[in-house]
Design a protein around this ligand. Sequence first.
Ligand code: C5P
Length: 228
Amino acid sequence: MTGLIVALDDPHIDRAEELAGHLAGSVSAFKVGLTLFTVAGPDAVRRIGRFGPVFCDLKLHDIPHQVGLAAEQLAKLGAWMFTVHASGGAAMMRAAVDAAGKSESSPTVSAVTVLTSLSRTDMADLGIDRSPAEQVGRLARLATQAGVGALVCSAQETELLRKQLGDEVVLVTPGIRPAGSAEGDQVRVVTPARAVEAGASYVVVGRPVTDADDPAAAAASIAEALAT
Ligand code: C5P
């Protein structure tokens, strides 16, 4: 069963907390990302954590020592899952995995492969002469070898990763857009129903819920699409 993670990307922590209160119990987890973290700091994780598990998406990308220390703090904060960039390399990912493993809460480390906002042209601009799917496959292999338990990718790549890595790995997929909703800055988008078919473990949905006139109804409709 594919779970729903709602991204609370709101510069107002009170508003994010209110929405978390409305959605508590009806979603798998809440995502605290750069917006909420820069506005409210670690307290954002504590406050949102009162309503459900927190996926702390800070996309750590630094030298292994620094990432290991930050991972230790995220574990202490009680994050359920947190992200590192796979392109930070194997030693950096291992530092995060080791720190998480030593902690009491033992959060899942999730490696971001290729951002869902990037296209093949963007990859070429970065000097990477591969399709997003090929690069996702390559980074996913590196991440799982480093002991990471979850991967962030587009649901356009989940079938490939299931073939490559099997059923055990947790696949977290942003870039989810119910039919007819605005893509915004996302490029490799997939509908909730298609993400389920393609083997996503979790979908991460932000604006289609947070910008809706009735966010609770929007989240319920996505949860229904995930269940059918
Ligand atoms: O509003 P939207 O549904 O596009 O939000 C998607 C969320 O997933 C954002 O909070 C973004 O930071 C996150 N994300 C992403 N692509 C990744 C990793 C995380 O869009 N590869």
